[in-house]
Design a protein around this ligand. Structure first.
Ligand code: NI
Ligand code: MN
Length: 230
């Protein structure tokens, strides 16, 4: 599985010849290079768009990417799926429950301790994250969340290769909470997201990485538009 970090919580996953875009927030993102956005819209075919919750910094560019990828499928919770379905977008709604099989692997929509409303106040269902299991690796994308004991259930389903966790604090976990989360998740390798995009979520990258390093864990903070393979 190839994981590309774009910005904030936006990621591109590539596995089984499918491209999955997670929580697209690029066009209105102060940090993201708009030339790279043009390349993504014009040259890269997205097969699925996964949405963890309805906040603007996670759904901002769902419709934009859908316009460029009319064959893509939006996967989210029931309420967010209905919201986009009403705009004639192809959606697949889930809720906290079982794994569901897709051509790239299986997905479980899992608990996040957060909130979920659209910019105009419309209810966006319960916020969540995704557990993705595939023969190209197992990955947990927490979405925006505080530290929560629900994370202890995640390793029951199988060993994780990597976790994607927010580390910016205030609205989500900070890096110290994320360190505790690694114990809950039984996963020492984390890609940190949801930091430094706004003044309200500033972190010191080197200090944050060191906090993990001192505990023999790996916090990966990726530059925009760079990739790793797991
Ligand atoms: Ni949020
Ligand atoms: Mn957010």
């Amino acid at each position: 599985m190839k994981i590309t970090f774009l910005s904030h919580s936006t990621l591109l996953l590539e596995l089984h010849n499918k491209k999955l875009l997670i929580d697209p927030f690029l066009s209105d993102n102060p940090l993201f290079d708009k030339n790279i956005l043009k390349t993504y819209l014009n040259k890269i075919n997205i097969d699925y768009i996964l949405i963890t919750h309805a906040h603007y910094d996670h759904v901002c560019d769902v419709e934009l990417f859908y316009r460029y990828n009319k064959n893509s499928l939006i996967i989210s919770n029931y309420e967010i799926s209905n919201f986009f379905y009403s705009k004639k977008i192809k959606t697949y709604g889930m809720n906290f429950g079982s794994f569901v099989n897709f051509p790239f692997g299986k997905l479980k929509y899992v608990w996040a301790s957060h909130s979920s409303s659209f910019k105009n106040g419309i209810f966006g269902g319960n916020p969540g994250g995704f557990l993705l299991h595939s023969d190209e690796g197992n990955i947990y994308i927490s979405g925006d969340t505080s530290l929560t004991k629900e994370m202890c259930t995640i390793p029951n389903f199988g060993k994780l290769n990597i976790s994607i966790l927010p580390i910016g604090g205030r609205f989500t976990m900070d890096v110290k909470d994320a360190l505790i989360a690694t114990e809950y998740l039984k996963c020492n390798k984390v890609i940190g997201v949801h930091y430094n995009t706004f003044d309200s979520i500033l972190i010191n990258k080197e200090k944050s990485k060191n906090i993990f390093y001192k505990h023999y864990k790996n916090l990966i903070l990726m530059n925009s538009n760079t990739s790793i393979n797991i």
